[in-house]
Structures are given as structure tokens and as C-alpha cells.
Design a protein around this ligand. Structure first.
Ligand code: SF4
Length: 377
């Protein structure tokens, strides 16, 4: 099994909460960038890795490219490594009218899963988030994707948006449930340093929601979506039976993947590699037939185990511990306290988070790692 990630860094504008390094404008570079990604695909050593069982085009906003450019990348991936029969082939798309008009061609190009960056079905939230679509457009884009033949659609949503978080979020979720997508991802709005939202918060012009409101948003979402038949298979991800994101599941469970494009990461043969972050450097390296790597590392021993633990603990399957790790936990008073608080379960050496525990997943992951670290104590 191998995944392919293709990074498309272009966005129509930089959303005020987004901390990613995206490229706005730059339309003159689209064709050149697509050619470079295709060339990089040929430069990747695919020996023993293909075919790809999942392909994920993310960004940025990949749906800004023309369908024929997206198809060019898919066709090149098929030539360079092969795309397995039945592969999950996802495109991240913005739900604007302009992009929705491309959905039928995108489906014909070979994509079978669409991840729509809706964020909210409240116009007030969308305006505050600086999004370039309104709720009516989101709705229309979803329906258009269905008509275009997409039988696997994910909707990305954001809770804890300042304003009227409870009213807007419940309306957003109820509207999403009416649409009945196969998959829903939900994220809490976090205000990252270096963003325009962080500047506004410093000026006193933006007040984040309280911790209690944020906790309510997540707890209510878990309960409501599970009641509607969505399984929470990862801290931020919910799916109907059979519709987990196979690509993301691969990231959490150590499946190798190749990443191409600006700043893309790869994980192959136990080594993690990442590409340069500056577009002209990326283009000129690839155009000179050179791999655009900026660095690499091989995680070994405890470092590797720690990463597995953090990632797998976030999933519904949890993490399988060895006997030493179980004994270390069972000796620790802190672990017993977490168990008494019903944050986690340890059953036949498999550690999983409860619904309550998922609300504290990062903190619990760090605590557990500290308790089972080989030389701890
Ligand atoms: S569309 Fe997505 S990636 Fe682009 S700026 Fe907005 S949040 Fe960031």
C-alpha cells in the first residue's frame, strides 16, 4: 500500500485565520507548477512502492486549477507509479460557484472523492472567516458535486467561530446532516500566531470563544454526529460505514506515502523527507531534473514509537502496547487517575480514548508517552 499526496499551494486569497504558507495571485505560474509536479513524479524513485492506493490533492486550493491540469497530474501519477484499481482519489475543493462548474470535468478526470472546504453554513461565520463563498453557494456546490457523480463527499467544518458559536454551529451541523455527506471533518478555530486573526486579537478587535464554549462545541458534535450514524474514527473525523478517508488513515497508521509539490512531505522506507518551501526554488530545482528536497530524517527507536503512539491514540482503534508499556502504565498513579476519570480504556494491551478523552487527546498523548518512555523515572 502506498499513498500519493500532491500539494497545490495556490489560494484565491489568504484567509485571516490560516497559518499555512499559501500563494495568492501567481496565476501565471499554474501551468509551470503543474509541469513541475509531473516532472517530480517521474523523478521520484517508485521502485517497489507503486501502485498508489490513495491519491490526495490538497493545498492550498487545488480546485483553482483547470480540470485538464488536474487530469495531467493524475495521468502522470498513473504512468510514474500506477494508480491501483479502486483507489481513493480525492480533491480538496472550495464550494464556490466557479469551482462547482468544474466538478463534472473533475469527476471525468478520475477523481472519485471530493473534500469541500465549507467551514460553516452561517453567512455571518463565513464573512468573519474571510471565506470567498456564502452558505447558499456551499449548498449549491454540494448538490452540483452529487449531480456530477461524486458518491463520496467530505465536508470540512469549523466550530468555535466567535459571534454566536452555539446557534451557528448547531445550524451548520443540522444543515450538513440534511445534505448527508459520507464524511465530515470538524475543527475548532484556533488563533495561530502570525495570522491576521492573531493581530486582531492583540488589538482587542476579536475575542475568541471561551474554553467552555469550545468544549461544548466539540462534545455536542461528537454526540450529534454519532446519533446521526457517523462513526468518529479519529479525533476530528466522522464517517458513514465504509467511508473513512483511506488516505488519512494511512498517515495515522504508518502507510508509506510520496508527497510531491511545494513543501510536500514523504514517508518511505522509514524515512521522512520534505520539499523546499519557496516556489521559485522548487520550480528551478525540478526543471533542472533535481529532487526538490529540503531535508530528511529517519525516526528510530523511542522517537518513532512516540509518533506512532500520538497518531494512533487519536484513532478509534487506539494503539497496541507491548507488555513493558502496559506495566509502566499500570504502575503509574497518573494513569490510574486518567482511567478513573474515564478518559481512556486499556483492554488486552490496546489503549483507546473514550469520548471524554478525545477532548484532551493531545494532553493525554503527551502524558502517556512520558509514562511509558523507556528510561522515564
Ligand atoms: S483556502 Fe484554506 S489553505 Fe487557502 S488560505 Fe484559506 S484556509 Fe488557508
Amino acid at each position: 500500500m502506498t499513498g500519493l499526496y500532491v500539494h497545490i499551494p495556490f489560494c484565491p486569497q489568504h484567509c485571516p485565520y490560516c497559518a499555512f504558507a499559501v500563494l495568492t495571485g501567481h496565476r501565471h505560474l499554474y501551468g509551470r507548477y503543474v509541469d513541475a509536479v509531473c516532472r517530480e513524479l517521474h523523478l521520484c524513485g517508485m521502485a517497489g512502492l507503486g501502485p498508489f492506493h490513495t491519491v490526495y490533492m490538497g493545498g492550498g486550493t487545488p480546485s483553482m486549477l483547470a480540470p485538464h491540469e488536474l487530469e495531467q497530474i493524475l495521468n502522470t501519477a498513473a504512468l510514474a507509479g500506477g494508480i491501483a484499481a479502486g483507489a481513493e482519489v480525492t480533491l480538496e475543493a472550495n464550494p464556490t460557484t466557479i469551482e462547482a462548474e468544474k466538478f463534472a470535468d473533475i469527476r471525468r478526470a478520475g477523481f472519485n472523492r471530493l473534500s469541500l472546504g465549507v467551514q460553516s453554513f452561517s453567512d455571518a461565520d463565513l464573512k468573519l472567516l474571510g471565506r470567498f463563498h456564502n452558505a447558499t453557494e456551499c449548498d449549491a456546490a454540494y448538490r452540483r458535486a452529487r449531480r456530477a457523480g461524486f458518491g463520496n463527499i467530505s465536508i470540512d467544518l469549523m466550530f468555535s467561530v466567535p459571534g454566536a458559536p452555539e446557534a451557528h454551529w448547531t445550524r451548520t451541523i443540522e444543515h450538513t446532516l440534511d445534505l448527508a455527506p459520507e464524511h465530515i471533518s470538524t475543527y475548532s478555530l484556533t488563533i495561530e500566531e502570525g495570522t491576521r486573526f492573531a493581530q486582531r486579537r492583540e488589538k482587542g478587535d476579536l475575542t475568541p470563544v471561551s474554553e467552555a464554549e469550545d468544549e461544548w462545541g466539540y462534545a455536542w458534535t461528537m454526540e450529534r454526529l454519532e446519533r446521526a450514524g457517523y462513526m468518529q474514527y479519529e479525533v476530528s473525523n466522522f464517517a458513514r460505514q465504509g467511508y473513512r478517508s483511506r488516505h488519512n488513515w494511512g498517515y495515522w497508521t504508518g502507510v508509506p506515502y510520496i508527497g510531491v509539490g511545494l513543501s510536500a512531505h514523504s514517508y518511505v522506507h522509514g524515512q521522512r523527507q520534505w520539499n523546499v518551501r519557496e516556489v521559485e526554488t522548487y520550480l528551478s530545482l525540478v526543471e533542472a531534473n533535481r529532487r526538490p528536497y529540503a531535508g530528511c530524517e529517519t525516526l528510530k527507536g523511542w522517537e518513532k514509537r512516540q509518533e506512532e503512539l500520538w497518531l494512533q491514540l487519536r484513532t478509534c482503534d487506539g494503539v497496541q502496547l507491548d507488555r513493558r508499556e502496559c506495566q509502566a502504565l499500570e504502575r503509574a498513579e497518573k494513569f490510574e487517575a486518567m482511567r478513573r476519570s474515564e478518559w481512556l480504556c486499556l483492554d488486552r494491551q490496546r489503549l483507546t480514548l473514550t469520548r471524554q478523552g478525545r477532548m484532551l487527546a493531545d494532553t493525554i498523548g503527551l502524558e502517556i508517552a512520558a509514562l511509558i518512555e523507556p528510561h522515564a523515572g
